[in-house]
Design a protein around this ligand. Structure first.
Ligand code: ADP
Ligand code: MG
Length: 420
């Protein structure tokens, strides 16, 4: 069911619900809290984008554990719901259940050997694709995802020959069937066709050898410990028309494969978005604990490309991270990882910075362009207080929680015990 957007002036809406002209922007948004000057602070990535204040609606939220990042995101989504906005959440800790139930939906649990499958290679239905987005494009996106997943699993970037082996397998399978699955691609990598080998002037055993390491890594998702989640056609049972979709991955929160699983889940959501599923009002796509995927270079590269595409789909991406250095991992200054971090941040013009350890301040200062005063402030921010940098402007905002929202955000008790 689609909830119609409210058709009243912001002045009237303000009386009904705190969708207010926020401090500074003159653009309506949902209430976040109060800034240091005591005025209310409101934010809406779609309105800011429409008004030309930001050039993209994406957001990144940084902060140490327990600072209130997830609490902010949950209430932010809930406050947006009033305006008919939808949200899709990748939830590695399994903490968005209370929010889902407020919205009248149940989280979708993904677990190894479970009954629900999502096919990360799903392509948008042909009718929903823009003219330029042809089969080649869908294959390219599939290959990029698999290159990222294999690279993440192998812990190194793929060699050019490995990358080509992935691409050829994807296009071989793509020609055979409209909805390829991971087992199909792995099989095509382990036993390539003569035509695929001839395309790169090698023979079948040569191409099979080129792709073997990557194929064995991807096989983990098909036959290994992660089977049963991403290795077949998408099962019915995920209602994408629902106002909120939560993919609960908490059964893998402790697993070293969490990053791979989160990547597959995010890829699946993005594939659905490309299909034009969302409501016209805009969809917020949240990846909580996104450090688990961004610390890997291959996956970070894939995610950045996906975020860029998302701009055309009416999506605001929200990534939640612990530290600014989650974005750069081991990357030295000037390295590709640093470049990627800068690229991702350039694609996220709303940056919300909760308390950071003093050791993180220099990275934060450098990558986020903090002033000396802001850099000094960041390690001192208490729970629920963050520095918001929006299109180069700064606000220190205390996130306000209403009594009615308290049950949405409590992670200190039972839920936290379940994942710690
Ligand atoms: N603005 C706030 N005001 C009061 N309590 C808060 C606020 N934000 C978060 N909390 C409390 O802090 C705890 C941790 O918050 P959470 O959002 O889960 O942290 P994080 O995601 O940063 O690890 C929660 O139990 C929540 O109730
Ligand atoms: Mg959290």
């Amino acid at each position: 069911m689609t909830r119609p957007a409210h058709q009243v002036t912001t002045r009237h809406l303000g009386a009904l619900y705190p969708f207010v002209a926020g401090a500074g922007f003159g653009v309506p948004g949902v209430l976040v809290g109060v800034d240091v000057s005591g005025s209310t602070f409101a934010h809406d990535p779609f309105e800011l984008y429409r008004a030309g204040v930001v050039t993209n609606p994406n957001m990144v939220v940084f902060g140490q554990i327990g600072r209130g990042k997830s609490a902010l995101v949950k209430t932010y989504l809930w406050r947006h719901a009033v305006f008919g906005r939808r949200a899709w959440v990748v939830d590695p800790k399994g903490e968005y259940g209370p929010l889902a139930r407020c919205w009248g939906v149940e989280p979708v649990h993904l677990r190894p050997g479970g009954t629900l499958r999502l096919n990360p290679l799903d392509a948008p239905p042909a009718s929903a694709r823009p003219a330029a987005d042809d089969d080649d494009d869908a294959d390219r996106r599939r290959a990029e995802l698999l290159v990222a997943l294999a690279g993440a699993g192998l812990g190194r970037p793929l060699l050019p020959s490995e990358r080509v082996a992935v691409e050829l397998a994807v296009s071989t399978v793509g020609r055979r069937q409209p909805n390829p699955t991971l087992p199909d691609v792995v099989a095509a990598m382990l036993a390539p066709t003569a035509a695929a080998a001839a395309a790169v002037r090698t023979d079948v055993p040569g191409l099979a050898a080129d792709g073997r390491q990557a194929a064995l890594e991807l096989r983990r998702l098909v036959a290994g410990d992660l089977r049963g989640m991403f290795d077949g056609p998408t099962s019915p049972g995920v209602d994408l028309a629902a106002p909120l979709v939560v993919l609960d991955l908490s059964s893998l929160y402790r697993s070293p494969a969490l990053g791979v699983v989160m990547t597959c889940a995010t890829a699946w959501l993005h594939a659905q978005l490309a299909g034009g599923t969302p409501a016209p009002g805009g969809v917020l796509v949240v990846v909580d604990e996104a450090w688990a995927i961004l610390s890997n270079l291959a996956v970070a590269r894939w995610l950045q490309a996906s975020w860029k595409l998302a701009r055309a789909w009416g999506v605001a991406n929200v990534a939640v991270l612990h530290r600014v250095s989650d974005l750069t991992a081991s990357g030295a200054e000037g390295s590709e990882h640093q470049q990627l971090a800068r690229g991702l941040l350039a694609d996220s013009e709303t940056r919300v910075v909760y308390g950071q350890a003093p050791g993180e301040v220099s990275a934060a200062r450098q990558l986020l362009g903090l002033s000396a005063t802001e850099a000094e402030l960041v390690p001192q921010l208490g729970r629920g207080v963050a520095l918001w940098k929006v299109a180069g402007r700064s606000f220190v905002v205390r996130h306000l929680l209403s009594a009615a929202e308290a049950h949405l955000v409590g992670t200190d008790g039972r839920m936290a015990a379940a994942v710690r």
